[in-house]
Design a protein around this ligand. Sequence first.
Ligand code: GLA
Length: 704
Amino acid sequence: MPVIPVPGRQRTWAALTPATAYVFGVESADDTRVVQHYWGPRLPGAALAEVTAGATAWFVTGFHDPADATELLPVDGGRRWGVPSLQAVYPGGVRSVELSFERAVEHGPGELELVLRDQVHGLRVGLGVRVHDDTDVIERWTEVTNESGEPVHLLRLDSGAWALPEQAGTRYAGVAGAWGRETRLHRGELPVGETTFTSRTGTTSHRANPWIMIGDAGESGGEVWSVALAWSGSWRLTAQRRPEGDVAVTAGFGHDGLTWPLAPGAALRTPPVLGLHTTGGYGAASRAWHAYARGHVLPTPAEERPVLYNSWEATGFDVTEDGQLALARRAAELGVELFVVDDGWFGARTDDTRGLGDWWPNPDRFPQGLGKLFDGVRDLGMRTGLWVEPEMVNPDSDLYREHPDWTLHYPGRRRDTMRNQLVLNFGRDDVRAWALAWLDGLVTEYGLDYLKWDMNRSFSQAGWAEGGDLLWIKHTLGVYAIMDELRARHPGLRIESCSGGGGRADLGILRRTDQVWTSDNTDARDRQAIQEGFSYLYPASAMSCWVTDGPNPVTGREVPLRYRFHVAMAGTLGIGGDLTRWSEAELAEARELVAAYKEVRPVIQHGELRRLTGTPGVTASAVQYTLGDRVVVLAYNPYKLDERPPRRLRLEGLDPDAVYEDGAGARRHGAALMHHGLTPASWAPFGPDYRSEMVVLRRVQDGS
Ligand code: GLA
């Protein structure tokens, strides 16, 4: 799909996607402003010239409407009082950024860059817009270059701002949370004022996730406008509902208060900010994001994610060859395909107080290295994976004793630890070179198939003598660079992003990782809510879910094994319990459920997701996955409720005239399944808590 000049209009362009149009241009009377004229359903070519941003500011008093509500990159300068997307301080403390449009540069048919310049201070600003022919996601970015001979300081550099049309309304959806409670869905009325979702932790964070959806829509009907930022460090997204009535969203890397020096000749390019208009409610918005992630983000979208076993909850730091192999044998019997050894295998790391940074096998536990353990795992027919936390160091480690200067720190300030660890500065060349060398060495020596890349604390006292606040950008870019290089050197390597659970889940990290550890909270009931929020933007293949022991180690809740499996089967299935303590009956049930998952895995991991009904984990609920002829429904009924669950579950998105057959051979028309529904056995009004089931249907007769 192209970005085209709009016929009949001066300096106006339309970014066209299969179903939408995004029309923007230089405001004709005043070439200091680039505004968004339209963002919504695709318009016929001839109609593109008919859409304009609407009335511009009028000057009756000194307090007129601000002029920046529809700008692609409102700056701090001139007659603007909204949230600036670009804020700079020029030499002499001059703050007003005054840009004028210079030219449009085509970077191929799908990408256009508008070049603006502050003529007095030599700041070049490029506004990029890119579209693809298989998605309605519009990618935007900004790049600033200091073409003057003097330093400029940036206080804010967002990737871009998006104006919401009035018909979007003021309802929003987003996620927020905390450790063990990530990606909890929040929906509500956007208040008048500025609502900021942000991370100041140096990572995406557990507390919020960089996206927002706005639209007076339901799950399966209505228009939704989404904005998401593809970035894994600190970030800020502000949704402004202005007292004048406009709604706009600006998003970018970094958090409030950071200052980025831009030396003469230096440039800074933002991560992409992505906009998506959809019809069909929040469900359709999620499906469009999943398709985008598969088509343009994930490195291995077509691959089926293996069923993995992870030893963390079973052994904690007590990692030994015999202990791991005992687990591996049980895991292999269950049908597990990838065995991941978690924390505790290296240096002097027998608890969380020491050893981080010393990335060689613990000499007491593994005197001959890890070779025998991983050979054993491979002999059992499984792939091999290892936990690493490259960005961290315990002060009690050889690495820290040798390189205390490698951590984030300010002279004369404390170095506060969290979980007894400090953060290594991945903005530094020497730190990155060190990390790449040992990671590459480990992957090569042991032929590893998988790394679980963890990151277990937020930044504090984040000083860097050479780079200043650029640390907040360069650290993240450094992590990206190491992951990219490792993947380039080891094309078979797969990576899981983890940060104390789901603290680093975003479309930036997913460009170089295959899946995300969704949460350290593996309680099935809690997970349902966490997974619901995760599913708004990210596909099931990226959502790592483990079945762990009962009672749950985090919450103490006892949930039947089948229910735990059915919740974990909604994403990429893993097992994290102490299998040496599972009974024969539990192992047999687990074997059966792993096999059932593998049968339907392509449908769940690569199919279209529909969140059918209910409040996950609270009331009867269900999710549906559809791929080609196959339909998988996971239905849950956590409690005996005051109100009985619905009698029937209506499916969605089927072919109404086609006939579908379930596992028992019963046949029904798509229309009946969609409009009348099926009756999940687990939804019968009386029965024990935590009932669940998987229904598998196949289209056996075409409607046509
Ligand atoms: C973090 C991760 C866990 C586990 C531990 C190991 O908390 O989220 O899954 O790997 O670290 O220390």
